[in-house]
Design a protein around this ligand. Structure first.
Ligand SMILES: [Zn+2]
Length: 147
């Protein structure tokens, strides 16, 4: 699939609007090794556009795990749930930080946490190091965590 072209101005707007945080796991871009990318919240193949309201700032981990997915199934419930949508949802309604673990509070939170790998071992370790250095959650991440 062809990569949509996002101009510099749009990229800057998305990054600034996100306060330079991954809008999914809330890590600050400055604390990532690989930086952040622009995510199509609803991927192009599912009908999403490249307008600002469908774009999110996203760390490379969240971006790679999410790919073009828009949700997942909870097998116990035999039901599909969409991912957390940074423009539609409040982070604090779907997730809660418990030490270094991001705990899901809803079905949307559960599928997002699972597929985006929020609590993979290396990410827990990274988050714990940032917590120890008082870099996570940042003041702007704390604002998003409160509902
Ligand atoms: Zn992330």
């Amino acid at each position: 699939m062809e990569r949509p072209y996002l101009n510099k101005e749009l990229r800057r707007l998305v990054a600034k609007r996100a306060d330079y945080l991954c809008e999914y796991c809330l890590i600050s871009e400055q604390d990532t090794i690989l930086g952040c990318a622009i995510d199509h919240i609803i991927s192009i193949k599912h009908g999403g556009s490249s307008s600002a309201d469908n774009l999110a700032y996203c760390c490379v981990y969240c971006n790679r795990f999410k790919g073009s997915d828009i949700g997942s199934i909870i097998l116990d419930k035999k039901e599909f749930f969409r991912f957390y949508h940074p423009r539609w949802d409040n982070w604090g309604e779907h997730f809660k930080l418990n030490n270094s673990t991001i705990e899901p509070l809803t079905n949307i939170g559960q599928v997002t946490t699972a597929i985006l790998g929020f609590n993979d071992q290396t990410r827990l370790l990274e988050r714990q190091l940032l917590i120890n250095k008082k870099k996570y959650p940042s003041p702007s991440a704390i604002r998003r965590m409160s509902t």
